[in-house]
Design a binder for this molecule. Sequence first.
Ligand code: PLP
Length: 461
Amino acid sequence: MQRPMRSMLTRVSARTSLHMPAAQGRAPLRSFSPYRLDATELPVTDDLYRPLGAIAQAERLAACSAGTQTTILVPGGSTAGLHAMLLYACKRGEQVVLPRNVHISCLHLCALAGFEPVFAEPSITPEGRLYTAPEAYARTLDTYPHASAALALHGDYYGLLSDLPAIARETHTRGRLLLCDEAHGAYFNWRSDVPNAGACGADLFVQSAHKTLPALTPGAWLHAMPGVNAQRLRSLLRMVQTSSPSFVIMLSLDEARCWMDRYGTVACARLLAATERFRMRAEALGFPDDQRNAPPGMAYDRLRLVLASPWGGVWLQKQLQARKLDVEMCDEGHVVCILSLLDGPARLCRLERALRAIARRAPPIPTGEPNHTPEAIFPEAWPPRRMSIGDAAFAQSEELPVYEAIGRVSAVNAGPYPPGIAWLTAGDEVTPTVAALLTNTSSERLFGMETPGMLRCVKRT
Ligand SMILES: Cc1ncc(COP(=O)(O)O)c(C=O)c1O
């Protein structure tokens, strides 16, 4: 009997996870069998799209924990939540202001729904992390007075948090809605050190519970603040999700919420303290914390662990992998770890033992190279828009060698993964700068290129 999925997952479950899903192999409350509790819409259960019973109650409790007017369980991940928010805020043909590091799912929805992304000009921290300042949102909203909403990111892979209150002020004074992608911040609802997006002024926001809480992949919440028509939002969510939403994922969302209500604030504070102590020990071993230099008004989520490696991020990831520890991601100079609220301090001990062994056997530190390599290179000038995203994504297209594509219109979104930032959005002109970036990055690190070295472009008529 061949059971490749079972074999793979059993093998992986014996390793140490420092990545999503944040449950990392443990149930928050009493474990359950998904086969026994899987269900569907029946007179004795409930209906996600017309909740009257347990789902309605689970949503009310989640809203209470998050401080929102309405919270909707989203078994389709933040991806589905982002789609529903954008559909709520925009009409076909309208513009929406996005940050350059917007999740790819928003670009997909814009192409499908006929919304046009306009990008607020990004800034870069000294470590090379991309962010969007409130003034950039203000300028873009003024330049595009017909843009119906702006979307901001609150917490990226490195834990960098936007100045959301200021972005909310700029958006609201111009009479637009603020949508927020807080996929990496579901635990903010229970944190005393970081307010969630609703408390910072967002009108609608999504959180991937599976990224930071003990919930099953891809359980998420879609939150709405006062003034949002929640019935309409739910109808739109129905358009982008399966008509058979997983009751097991919805159950895991409620289990995670329940555990967090009972233990979450203390668990976050305890893990935060353990992580700060760990950072000092890791630095002494040669792996300093690399969440420094947050721009004014911004901060870092200190429960996200970003370690710099003088030998490079890929090297450190491989060293840890060889010792059966798997991190969330690496870039040129760092590894990023996600910790479980259930047993994060124990995992930090395992990580420290591994780092100690790695440091003992590491080659001499390369000299003459910076200790902290920027994790991603961005185009000095972002490519100009030449066509709407939907027209480009669904036009007749052809694959061309990247250098031959210069001057043509891209039919795809393409860039490095991780962190998943599109250097090129469908509808952009392919510039020499972007072509050079795509050519100089190894094909396994790129998304959007179906054939290595080839870029799908709009066919000339
Ligand atoms: C910033 C951001 N937003 C949204 C998503 C999508 O989340 P989900 O996997 O819950 O659909 C991701 C996924 O990694 C993400 O990093």
